[in-house]
Design a protein around this ligand. Structure first.
Ligand code: NAD
Length: 264
């Protein structure tokens, strides 16, 4: 059943053709928000996602394939969103990639790509969305950071640097909007079983000569006390809360949903 708490608003979710971004896009659409999907994938599969959103929730969904490492493409996407929906009321900076290697072996191009996609892209979308949000005196910016925005792990230097960076950027955005109806917060998920994590499960299974299930258990038991994955649906529900009036004074938070990861 469709709820209408975000009826008439438009939400742009970067990296929403898969995983967490798609879960958040569906949760916002369920509340009545129109959706701008972004991300890579096969054209027919993306079209199917778009049609499913429209059919399931009675909203309008479009897709823009901007590469989030390219500022000019980001600007073009933001302009298309405004032309289609009149505004970007809700901005979810979610696109992200991972690469795992020791610092001395870390490929320079991977470092640059992770900083560009996981961190700098949020600066570009935010700087372009803020003027209209301030003008309307309403807006929600949600940055998908990570438990790695709060604590480190070996072999993830670029990712941990970018995620700590986005937690800092979230605080500054929240301070610059503190006396307006615009809020900015970060969500810090623990392990979520998406393609980004499945790659790490596969690598672990291959390296250790163990099954996929054993690799998943190993991954969880190292970091996540609950022993269970967080789900995109749970993260979507948190995003919906952050968009609600009840969250008007939640500002600059880095809200972990991580099965207890950073409580240790
Ligand atoms: P995913 O691989 O399932 O999805 C990533 C999305 O980003 C896809 O839609 C992909 O097409 C898009 N994308 C990648 N590079 C892009 C680019 N250059 N331009 C535009 N889109 C691009 O990954 P996910 O696990 O859903 O990750 C989403 C976010 O959540 C990331 O920022 C990630 O760091 C963060 N996160 C994930 C986990 C986890 O356990 N999966 C935990 C904490 C944080």
């Amino acid at each position: 059943m469709q709820s209408t708490s975000l009826q008439g608003k438009a939400a742009l979710v970067t990296g929403s053709t898969s995983g967490i971004g798609l879960g958040i896009a569906r949760a916002l659409a369920q509340q009545g928000a129109h959706i701008v999907l972004n991300g890579f994938g096969a054209a027919d599969e993306i079209k199917a996602l778009q049609i499913a959103l429209q059919k399931d929730f009675g909203i309008t969904a479009i897709h823009h394939a901007a590469d989030m490492s390219r500022p000019a493409e980001i600007a073009a996407m933001m302009q298309v969103a405004v032309e289609k929906f009149g505004a970007v009321d809700i901005l979810v900076n979610n696109a992200g990639i991972q690469h795992v290697a020791n610092i001395e072996d870390f490929p320079i191009d991977k470092w640059d790509a992770i900083i560009a996609i996981n961190l700098s892209s949020a600066f570009h979308t935010t700087r372009l969305a803020l003027p209209a949000m301030k003008e309307k005196n309403w807006g929600r910016i949600i940055n998908i950071a990570s438990a790695h925005g709060l604590v480190g792990s070996a072999q993830k230097s670029a990712y941990v640097a970018a995620k700590h960076g986005i937690v800092g950027f979230t605080k500054v955005t929240a301070l610059e909007t503190a006396q307006t109806g615009v809020t900015c917060n970060a969500i810090c998920p623990g392990w979520v079983l998406t393609p980004l994590v499945q790659k790490q499960v596969d690598a672990r299974a291959a390296n250790e000569g163990i099954s996929n299930d054993e690799a998943k258990k190993g991954l969880l038991s190292e970091k996540q006390p609950s022993g269970e994955f967080v789900t995109p649906e749970q993260l979507g529900a948190l995003a919906v809360f952050l968009c609600s009036e009840a969250a008007n004074q939640v500002r600059g938070a880095a809200w972990n949903m991580d099965g207890g990861w950073i409580a240790q």
